[in-house]
Structures are given as structure tokens and as C-alpha cells.
Ligand binder design. Structure first.
Ligand code: SF4
Length: 201
């Protein structure tokens, strides 16, 4: 399979165009995040960590998990956390059993910073809102499957999606046995608070 950057291939091949389009989209998110980061004197990863801290369960709020979630190394997360602590945007709480470990929480200033930065990609969401519903459902069906496959290939390490969840029951339609609801394509969750990893159950 040739490179999708090869325009002779790309312009004749839908798979190559979609891959190139997704690459373009990832650049858009990167640009928006950088703009926000510059405005507030933070790095992109620091903003991503702050936003993650606001919306996720305490059990995920440690350096090891954040490194997996952000697809970066633990030293990279530790550096970002050190700077965020110096700026009084987060605080650390030592683990009562393993004192070398700690969990991370937002401070009041950190919460205010999240309020200012978390909408950095809202322009993308606004554009998506203009797409026809039936097209959006098709896009989400394809995207959620693609993200799951990237996770299975260990390219994206952490996913809290229905397809990975022990409560997911395959069928027509699929079912969530915890919430007791059918899961149509548009109901499939990317990041579910009730997610239970099927590999650990
Ligand atoms: S618990 Fe959440 S992730 Fe798991 S199947 Fe139900 S809705 Fe999906």
C-alpha cells in the first residue's frame, strides 16, 4: 500500500483520501490547542491534563494513567504536572498505601483555567452541528469503529468505549447490560464513566 501523501495515489483512492483528511483534521485540533496554550502560557499537554482532571474519576488521576491516556511517556507527564503544581493549578495527594504514588486534583485556580480553555475546539463542534443528522450517524459509526481498531492495534492505548466494555452485548441492536439500554450506532460512547474494562473482569 502506497503513502497517502503521494497525490497520484491519494486522488484516485478513497481510503487514502480519508486517511489524509483525518490527518488534516488532527492538524486542526493541534493548531487550536496551540493557540489556546500560547494565550495562557501553558503547553498543549498541560491543558489536556487539566481538562482530563476535571471530567474523570479519581482512580485515573495519576501519572501512569495520564501517560497512557495522552499517549506520551511518564517523564513527560511528570514534567507537565510539576509545572502545573508550580503554577498552583493542581495539587497532589499522596497515596496512603504506596507513598511514592500520588493522585492529582485541580485547585480552584485550575478549575477556572479549565473553564477558560476547555472550549478550544468548539469551532469544530459548531461546524459538525451543521452536518445532516443521517450523515453524522454514518460518520460516528465509522469513527467509533476506526478508534476501536486503532486501540486493538495498540496505537491508541486507552479507550473507555462500549466496544471494549464488559457490559457491551453484541446484537441487533447492541445492548448495554449495565444501563439496560439498546445501543444504536449513535449511542456508542467514546468515553463512558461506567466503562468496565473487559480485560480485567
Ligand atoms: S457501561 Fe458505558 S461503555 Fe459500557 S456498554 Fe454501557 S454505555 Fe457502553
Amino acid at each position: 500500500m502506497g503513502s497517502f501523501f503521494d497525490l497520484t495515489l491519494q486522488n484516485k483512492n478513497l481510503d487514502a483520501k480519508i486517511a489524509a483528511g483525518l490527518e488534516r483534521l488532527s492538524s486542526a485540533f493541534r493548531v487550536l490547542l496551540w493557540e489556546q496554550a500560547k494565550e495562557y502560557g501553558l503547553s498543549p499537554i498541560q491543558i489536556q491534563i487539566l481538562i482530563f482532571l476535571k471530567y474523570h474519576n479519581q482512580k485515573f488521576l495519576n501519572v501512569s494513567y495520564l501517560a497512557k491516556e495522552m499517549n506520551v511517556t511518564k517523564p513527560t507527564v511528570s514534567d507537565a504536572v510539576r509545572v502545573l503544581e508550580q503554577k498552583s493549578l493542581i495539587k497532589k495527594t499522596a497515596d496512603s498505601i504506596d507513598t511514592r504514588s500520588y493522585s492529582i486534583q485541580l485547585t480552584a485556580a485550575g478549575k477556572r483555567m479549565v473553564e477558560k480553555t476547555e472550549s478550544y475546539a468548539s469551532s469544530v463542534q459548531q461546524l459538525i452541528s451543521k452536518i445532516k443528522l443521517s450523515n453524522k450517524e454514518l460518520i460516528w459509526d465509522a469513527l467509533s469503529s476506526l478508534i476501536f481498531e486503532l486501540n486493538r492495534s495498540n496505537i491508541l492505548t486507552v479507550q473507555r468505549t462500549c466496544f471494549n466494555c464488559s457490559f457491551f452485548k453484541k446484537g441487533i441492536p447492541h445492548q448495554c447490560s449495565l444501563l439496560n439500554i439498546p445501543l444504536q450506532a449513535s449511542d456508542i460512547r467514546l468515553d463512558c464513566p461506567e466503562f468496565a474494562d473487559m480485560t480485567t473482569h
